[in-house]
Each structure stands twice: as C-alpha cells, then as structure tokens.
Design a protein. Structure first.
Length: 113
C-alpha cells in the first residue's frame, strides 16, 4: 500500500516539488497520509480513481505510463484489512491520499513503542 501510494505520488510530481508521507496513531487506528504538490487530478475524474484500468489520461500518447490498477489494488488491500482510503486533489496543486486501518487489540501500544 505504502509503496504504491509513494510510487504514484513520485510519478505525478515534477522534480523540485514535494511528496510527504505521514504516519500516526489515532483512536486505535494506524493513519497514513501521502501528500504531493504534483499535477493533481481533475475534479470530474475523482469519482473514478479507484476503478480498475481507469486513467485520467487514457490516450495513446499519454505522458505517464501505467495500467490503471495501482489505486484499485491499494483500495482492495486496505478494505481487506477493514480500513478506509480517501483521496482529495486539485488539478495543478496536488493530491492527498489518506488511509486508516484499525489495529488489533494490543497492537497500538506495540506500534507506538
């Protein structure tokens, strides 16, 4: 999950811009945020970002390579761990992906240590 989100952020963020990974514990949940100052996602495409094989730029001459499976697989993995994933983005400004996964009883203390 983390590798895929970071890979996407780096792929869509021009050199000299930022990618930030944040991890925290909140109320028995592991929280992950990947935020970038990259190209962003068009508002009308946001509802489709987790659909398999969907890409914002699907033309043959598109600039960024990929299958359109990364976010779909990531979402499924997060949900299989009873977690949630959300994305917010503004074209030309950047994107943030937030993941929350519940920790099993007793794990929160072990992770914090």
């Amino acid at each position: 999950v983390i590798v895929n989100l970071l890979s996407n952020a780096v792929k869509f963020t021009p050199a000299g811009e930022r990618v930030r990974l944040s991890l925290s514990l909140e109320g028995g949940r592991a929280m992950l945020s990947v935020r970038d100052t990259g190209i962003g996602i068009a508002k009308d495409f946001l509802p489709f970002v987790f659909d398999p094989f969907r890409q914002q730029d699907s033309g043959l001459a598109r600039k960024y390579e990929g299958t359109g499976l990364g976010l779909a697989i990531t979402k499924r993995l997060v949900e299989q761990h009873c977690g949630t994933i959300a994305i917010s983005s503004e074209q030309g400004v950047g994107t943030e992906v937030r993941v929350a996964v519940p920790l099993a009883a007793g794990q929160a203390g072990a992770v914090a240590a």
